[in-house]
Design a protein around this ligand. Structure first.
Ligand SMILES: Cc1cc2nc3c(=O)[nH]c(=O)nc-3n(C[C@H](O)[C@H](O)[C@H](O)COP(=O)(O)OP(=O)(O)OC[C@H]3O[C@@H](n4cnc5c(N)ncnc54)[C@H](O)[C@@H]3O)c2cc1C
Length: 378
């Protein structure tokens, strides 16, 4: 949807095909921490009013090791940098309302979406609407269809290069209408495992626990979740935890994944279709947005002046940022989680890394500049 708006601004016609319904897309609970570039782009696209009003600007975060918290001030370390807490579902609503206003064509509940002739100059996409076959001829297909989508799978297998790391745990996440235990996020590394205190608003908490991959949601009653969360988050914050019934509870596995084949003929991949990060660094949504900023410019140059240099270099330029975000998310995951096969040496490495981060302004600056988002030109 970000790309559709960027192309509309550049005067390029695009059609969005979405297999789900609009209600489903707008209700899907996912990311919630926006880099400053993502917010800046929302303003540039004219959809920034609500995030400016309702988004919670966080100028720092707290890291907590074995119950001992310390604060990292993004704003001091990055010349005013910050992130904004604003749910992905709210971003989707803002994009969709503006798409209605601008007449951007979004076809929901498009079934059996299939790209064809991608290695020609005249790709075609077919799909079904309420069982009726549909067909669209186009110049390009952009696969913004997530990890399980159809676009990456359309590239011949012997041309696809991928890299992957699977982590030996998952995240159990809940949403509850209770005030958060802190005004900013808390990342906690505790002997029982990782915990994250996050939020969606001053009255809605989003909290996570590291869990086993074999755990099932039904095994985690709200009481069990809150009992464990208050232990892991540390004594200073546990007294401030307000318990309440969850209205969303899910377990997500963690993986790092990069498909470096981001172009195949007239197909370009962007976002989760090409890469997955563990959610620890809150990079997934932001990285998808960064991809389409690069691709939007490249497509605008192709349509505007017949300049294909941007398209030729898209994968290289996008991957430069992708690998850095992969590194940051992998590093923060390694720092904050308890791995089942950790030995005493590994634990000492974590403790030393935390101590360095606590004491060194240089280390905190590196953390802060990655967290608020590396520079993105647009
Ligand atoms: C459960 C969960 C929790 C997450 N939590 C966080 C978080 O806390 N922080 C964070 O930064 N990131 C988080 N993420 C990641 C973040 O949501 C994604 O990185 C981001 O949505 C990527 O955007 P995208 O446009 O590439 O893919 P998506 O947002 O997945 O969009 C792809 C769209 O394509 C549609 N689609 C898929 N296949 C087809 C098809 N065959 N035909 C037509 N349409 C199709 C899908 O319905 C979907 O709407 C989470 C992801 C999940 C799944």
């Amino acid at each position: 949807m970000f790309l559709a708006h960027l192309l509309r601004q550049a005067g390029v016609e695009a059609v969005v095909l979405e297999m789900r319904s609009r209600d489903y897309v707008e209700g899907r609970v996912r990311a919630g921490v926006l880099e400053q570039h993502t917010v800046r782009l929302m303003h540039r696209l004219g959809i920034g009013d609500r995030v400016a009003r309702e988004g919670l600007v966080h100028a720092g975060t707290t890291l907590c090791v074995d119950g001992e918290p310390f604060h990292v001030n993004f704003s001091d370390l990055t010349d005013g940098g910050a992130v904004t807490v604003y749910g992905q579902s709210e971003v989707m609503k803002d994009l969709n309302v503006a798409a209605d206003r601008r007449g951007i064509e979004v076809i929901y509940e498009a079934a059996d979406v299939t790209p064809h002739n991608l290695d020609s100059h005249a790709p075609v996409v077919t799909w079904k609407t309420r069982g009726e076959p549909q067909r669209l001829e186009c110049d390009f297909v952009v696969g913004c269809d997530g990890y399980h989508g159809v676009c990456r799978a359309s590239i011949p297998a012997d041309h696809v290069k991928t890299f992957e790391r699977i982590y030996p745990f998952g995240w159990l996440g809940i949403l509850a209408d209770v005030p958060p235990c802190n005004h900013e996020l808390i990342y906690a590394n505790h002997p029982h495992g990782f915990a994250l205190a996050s939020m969606r608003s001053p009255t809605r908490s989003r909290c996570y626990l590291q869990c086993s991959l074999g755990d099932r949601v039904e095994e985690w009653s709200d009481q069990r979740f809150w009992d464990e969360f208050t232990v892991r988050i540390g004594a200073q914050y546990s007294a401030r935890v307000t318990r309440g019934p969850s209205f969303e509870k899910s377990i997500a596995p963690l993986r790092s994944f990069v498909c470096t084949t981001m172009r195949w003929g007239r197909l370009f991949l962007a976002g989760d279709a090409a890469h997955i990060v563990p959610p620890t660094g809150a990079k997934g949504l932001n990285l998808a947005v960064a991809d389409v900023v690069v691709l939007g410019d490249a497509l605008a140059a192709w349509y505007g002046a017949g300049d294909d240099r941007g398209l030729e270099t898209y994968a290289r330029r996008a991957l430069d940022r992708i690998w850095k975000a992969e590194r940051f998310s992998w590093w923060l995951t390694n720092l904050t989680h308890r791995f089942p096969d950790m030995d005493v040496f590994d634990r000492h490495m974590q403790i030393a890394e935390f101590a360095y981060l606590r004491e060194s302004r240089a280390a905190q600056t590196s953390f802060a500049e990655n967290y608020v988002g590396l520079p993105l030109d647009f």
